[in-house]
Design a protein around this ligand. Structure first.
Ligand code: COA
Length: 566
């Protein structure tokens, strides 16, 4: 079928629906449509057999849905209506939620039902839920709906209870630190993560709080800050405490949006003296705390997992992860898994921290070097097998970090963006060695030039990844450990490690890693040091959530906010 996707942004769900439909042989185009008029123009231009809106804030005009079949993905079960469904679901603490594919109609979310799929709601933030359980369910529902449309079926009218709810506003999201328990605070924070955050006062200023994780080991005066860890602050509730990893300053009307930053960085100059608590090495089962980097071992397998908000890795985060990697390398394991947690693997350098730096060019340089040091450590590990385990999505330098390992495994729902072009960057992280090594030179050039998302299945077909793990987001960590243990128990592992060492030495003699690094970094340095380079404008608009700058049709940001034929 010729399918047109219309979306308010080319976000994770739109990308996932695009790649899944494309994998099934449909001809799919995407148009980012800010309003109903743009939807009308896009439909007129493409004349599709079917219009699908995976994430559309605009209303589809009547003349469009009467002339074309338009399917709307609503992030709620049948009968649920309103603009912040997922926020309400998490705020209310539901265990199960759903996603429904509706036919566009006069009233928002009121159309006939083409498909509806339920999913379990784990205790995670809204954006994690959206990119994972909801995304899996939405794809199942869209594929079912498309099949039903192709088969000439008709949708069913909505029956049962109708629950229309207004947007969840900041007044309803307010945290009362003197009264709310840890569980209430966590639900409030998760329902607002990663957008819009929870508006609050802290240390004499107004902020949006982003992210929230339970801490069972600390108590204090409700609302007081108790400790810091890895850029996050720990704040007391009436019966415990929560870790808040990121803050965004509230700016007045007409002022540019502030960057969302690691909390201690946002609070620099205001923070009182607080203990910086190391993560407990071996927390008792059931003990809740938070750390962005963790290491655990099961027999011959070490698992170094990390979870950075938005998948962004700042200079500090890269250096801490490198330290943890070097420590993991001293352990007597034969397989070292890097990653393995749910949600984002990595999206490369931390554009927000760079944007907020006094000298963004210098911070970009420090960040890319720290990222390269980490990737180099993986590439030069010759005494054991390293597996990258991508539980969610990955992009740009984050994909290249994964490719540094001997084997790359990803979850069946992952979407990879192995390119840098949309941020106006040449790229680094030794991609000129690893990407052609995985997929061949011609395909590497296409992937980086065309800058399109790739599904897990297509990644496997083209050799970008070595294994697709077909499981739910919540089962990924356990499944990866099981598979890594099986790999470690194979007879051939020691000869394989020896062969890898020999191959590494052979390649170093022919095309040393240092030469790749130097070539890539010299291109990056030129971009960083050129204030007119598109990278600076693209970064700013990405971080501040402004419209992307107008660039030439073939320019680096092309396709990011317009249309893409796939
Ligand atoms: N630096 C800082 N923040 C980043 C980031 C990065 N490299 N990559 C993603 N994020 C943040 C986003 O700003 C967003 O923040 P929000 O929750 O406050 O809105 C969050 O992570 C999720 O990203 P979003 O863009 O909403 O997710 P998506 O799944 O729709 O799109 C990407 C994923 C990776 C395609 C998109 O985030 C992207 O292009 N990131 C930049 C990749 C890049 O160019 N890295 C630098 C070169 S190495």
């Amino acid at each position: 079928m010729r399918i047109l996707l219309v979306a308010s942004s080319f976000n994770s769900l739109t990308q996932r629906v695009l790649v899944e439909l494309r994998d099934r042989g449909h001809t799919v185009s995407v148009e980012v449509t800010p309003d109903g008029a743009a939807v009308r123009q896009a439909v007129a231009r493409h004349a599709p057999d079917l219009v699908v809106a995976p994430m559309l804030k605009a209303v589809v005009p009547r003349d469009v849905w009467t002339a074309h079949r338009c399917l709307i993905v609503h992030p709620g079960p049948v009968g649920d209506r309103g603009p912040t469904s997922l926020d309400h679901a998490i705020h209310d603490g539901v265990d199960e939620w759903g996603v429904t594919v509706l036919q566009a109609d006069e009233e928002m979310d009121a159309g006939d039902v083409w498909a509806s799929v339920a999913f379990r709601v784990p205790e995670v933030g809204k954006s994690d839920l959206y990119r994972n359980e909801l995304s899996d369910a939405a794809v199942t529902a869209v594929l079912l709906a498309v099949e039903r449309v192709a088969a000439g079926a008709t949708p069913t009218p909505q029956t049962g209870e109708i629950r229309a709810r207004p947007a969840l506003r900041q007044e309803a999201r307010r945290i009362s630190w003197e009264e709310d328990t840890t569980e209430t605070v966590l639900r409030t924070l998760r329902a607002a993560d990663s957008q819009p955050g929870v508006r609050d006062r802290l240390l004499g200023a107004e902020w949006f709080l982003h992210g929230g994780h339970a801490e069972d080991g600390l108590l204090g005066r409700p609302g007081a800050l108790l400790a810091t860890r890895a850029g996050a602050v720990c704040r007391a509730t009436v019966d415990g405490a929560v870790w808040i990893p990121e803050l965004r300053a509230r700016t007045g009307p007409g002022r540019p949006r502030a960057c969302k930053l690691p909390a201690t960085m946002a609070l620099a100059g205001r923070l009182p003296e607080l203990p910086e608590l190391p993560a407990p090495a071996d927390p008792a089962p059931g003990f809740r705390t938070w750390s962005d980097i963790r290491y655990r071992e099961e027999g011959p397998v070490g698992v170094l997992s990390f979870a950075f908000p938005g998948g962004a890795m700042s200079t500090d985060q890269c250096r801490r992860l490198l330290d943890a990697y070097e420590t993991a390398r001293t352990r007597p394991t034969s397989v070292l898994v890097v990653g393995g947690q749910r949600d984002f693997f990595s999206n490369g350098i931390h554009l927000n921290v760079i944007e907020a730096a006094a000298d963004p060019a210098a911070e970009s340089w420090a960040n890319i070097n720290a990222m390269n040091d980490l990737v180099e450590a993986v590439l030069t590990t010759t005494d054991r097998l390293v597996v990258s385990a991508i539980g969610g999505n990955a992009a740009a330098g984050g994909v290249m970090l994964a490719l540094a390992a001997d084997e790359v495994w990803c979850r069946s729902g992952s979407v990879l963006n192995p390119h840098y072009r949309r941020m106006g960057l040449y790229g680094s992280e030794y991609w000129t060695r690893t990407l052609p090594g995985k997929v061949g030179g011609a395909l590497a050039a296409r992937l980086t030039e065309e800058a399109r998302p790739v599904s897990a299945a297509a990644s496997l077909d083209m050799g970008l990844v070595d294994r697709v793990v077909d499981c739910g987001p919540g089962e990924f960590a356990a499944e990866i450990t099981r598979l890594a243990l099986r790999l470690a128990s194979r007879d051939g592992i020691q000869p394989r490690v020896a062969a890898k060492k020999a191959e590494h030495e052979r390649r170093e003699a022919v095309s040393p890693l240092a030469a790749h690094r130097e070539r890539e970094l010299s291109r990056m340095r030129r971009i960083f040091d050129d204030p007119a380079a598109s990278y600076h404008a693209l970064r700013r608009s990405f971080v501040r959530k402004e419209d992307p700058p107008a660039l030439s049709p073939d320019g680096p940001g092309a396709g990011a906010g317009g249309s893409a034929d796939c």
